[in-house]
Design a binder for this molecule. Sequence first.
Ligand code: DON
Length: 555
Amino acid sequence: MVVSIHHLATDAGVEILKQGGNAVDAAVAVAFALAVVYPQAGNIGGGGFMLIRPAHSSGSKKLGDGKPHFIDYREEAPAAASRDMYLDADGNMIEGMSMQGYMASGVPGTVAGMDYAEKHFGRLGLKAVMQPAIRLARDGYVGTDAELSTWKSKTLAANAEAHRVYQRNGNYYKGGETIKLPDLAATLERISNNPDDFYNGTIADAIAADMAEHGGNITKVDLAAYQVKDRVPLEGKYHGYKFLTAPPPSSGGIVLQEILNILSGYNLRKAGADRSQAQVHLITEAFRRAFMDRADYLGDPDFTTMPLTQMASKNYAKAWRKTMDAIKPTPSKELARPAGFMPEPPKQIEKHESMQTTHFSVVDADGNAVSNTYTLNFNFGSGVVIQGMGFAMNDEMDDFTSKVGVPNGFGLIQGPNNAIAPHKRPLSAMTPTIVTKNGKVRLVLGSPGGPTIITTVANDFISVVDNGLNIQQAADAPRFHHQYLPDQLDVEKRFPAATADALKTNGYNVKRSGEFDEHNPGVWGDSELIAVDPKTGELLGGHDTRKPFGKADGY
Ligand code: DON
């Protein structure tokens, strides 16, 4: 079973499963296919995380060493990066510099990550699993208006090569047209023959030359130095289930774990119905508290010490529960962390995250599971397409703390532990997660959406485990989000009005997405999920219908 945001990427994964590939083979095929058919987020110029859970820990069927792995192929700051690189001489943020253009990119990790995953866990080899992507780029595919709407981006138009490749110099692609990406096809072909070409060969030369010509930072030395980090996933427990999730440099897993630890002290079903005032209140107060810790403590584990054990402690969660009122919200500015658990946090700052990431899930017939979230950060990342290579570069540098103490538009706060430093990885919210029960996979979860990723994964988890929704209902259910600051409860347009009104009456600052903006779709995230029926072992895909061009499929 493969579930992704784009039907052609799902088809690529299914094609590889049919050839005898395992879940990792299929996942790598999907990742490269998304770089072609969903290049606004699917990528080779970005990075992300792949969580792999082999079904068997021993015997001939085991994948790799049979243990779960978290493949960290997050981008990393180039050697020339420095803490204040986005500040002018007066110490003010230079607007847009961390988000657009040549200075905004971290060293991409996707090619190294896919190569690593395929080498250690795949069966068919990189060349075979990249064929669907190469074919799509070379022979073309038919797009739809829905998926092409973001290709008109001004950021892309500002870069001559991007404007040529993805905007046909202003003759924008329309739904129904065939899109061919010959430069990207040639780049993918090169990678399929020798993935190291991206870091030490012709592609590396092209990236370094383009950067040097336009004042970017990434050099051949940076590319050659890039390393995948094979990390141990975080493990948690919730109401009889176990879950594997993202460790730092993602904030996602530890924040999810803290949320679920706080909620494990309640019977949400007894407290109230699905999306009722009583349930949403408890969940929101757990979100608020866990996001406070995210803001204060998290960063790249190779550069910072973080109180992860304390954050994951059940006693700490219990102490948090004691700070929660039965009905009323705790205003974020009055929220006090329970004493005696955590170290003094470094000084806080505010910071935003932005929109363009994608998640996909794969489970093969043997029960091996892959949960992958990867990103360019913004739509088409920095908007830079490397000369002659056909792919967009990320703007992941914007996930760092650019200036301590500066609040910005989206209001997500982060700390100095996430300051920029050479070779450091910016803090992420991506939360690829695999839920098990009695040693078997039950759910594969994940979504895009910056900070809302974590609450979307929590919403989906709770929808199935506590509220008994099936996986499609969980993907479609109305989402709600709180991230501590700003102190507001975001709800999707489809969120029940009666619940929103009740929460408002109790003191919540409820913000209904899209309420005052007809161009805002009023939804967020994109849950591309799999459930495994505990009785029959049947694989059930939940494709997020907020995105009309995705697909869940198996064979
Ligand atoms: O790593 C992160 O958390 C962000 N770069 C993700 C951005 C994102 O999800 C935007 N998506 N819609």
